[in-house]
Design a protein around this ligand. Sequence first.
Ligand code: AHR
Length: 334
Amino acid sequence: MLKKTLIAASAITLSAFALTACGSDSDGGADSASDGGGDSMTMGFAQVGAESGWRTANTTSIQDAAKDSGVDLKFTDAQGKQENQIQAIRSYIQQKVDVIAFSPVVETGWDAVLQEAKAAGIPVILTDRAVDSEDTSLYKSFLGSDFVVEGQKAGQWLVDNAADSDVNGDGKINVVQLEGTTGAAPAIDRAEGFADTVKADDTIEVTASQTGDFTRDGGKQVMESFLQSDDSIDVLYAHNDDMGLGAIEAIEAAGLEPGKDIKIITVDAVHDGMVALSEGKINFIVECSPLLGPQLMDIAQKVLDGEEVEPRILTEETTFTQEQAIEALPDRQY
Ligand code: AHR
């Protein structure tokens, strides 16, 4: 219901933007001037980086939505470093942008810079990832997924498919976990949701867990070391598709068949992950939608118009089995 209302409101505000479009600066905007408060909205967006297919799709969604809405977007890529994001936010404050949005690399350590934005009267909107701050007045809204629920869905699939997941047939299901970036909300929450859910079956045990930093290379390297130290891995749970895809390379190089000799569960449902699922190399994917751009532009306009916005706006998501991936792939947007 809320989503429908937002979409309807979006149609009105987006056409208003189109009349006052002033272009977008999406190649690092820290050095570009802002008119801060003309007819069109100027948004400073501090992105995490380009670590995964998900992130690339998210950046495209934000840049396309800004363009379609006539929003003047200042965009920076923090290359996975919190200090770069903080620097970008400070630069947006100096430029007096109308609104700041960002997806925090990690959960903690944001209060000081968010207080600076608040003191400058610039509203902040969180997208994709949350900050761990007791002062919720430091941001207007948080738009994104519930990562705990994503972890629960991954865990529930394993509980439901436990009989088929004891690949080694020893009565135990040994799970190795590829974690996302240490300290990032999706890494913390996806681990928590999964661990809580698999408690329902005491044959399931997470025997090793290490970060692959949400990257394909990281997933490959960590999986290589898991395979070297343990020859009884039944299941891999990777916090995103890219790490799962890197791990598939390591599994194949070790002479094993991904999806059969080791069952694989991932999160995201980006194109390459869905292809691997359709081929049976991944067994189950929990969707995490990166298409946040249109809703972000809509929320930002409402905030600037002085309208009330929900403090937490959840993204709608599903899950995919092999059959569902085959069906969904032709229409997949990312
Ligand atoms: O914050 C969302 C996560 O960040 C995605 O699941 C992952 O692929 C990305 O790097």
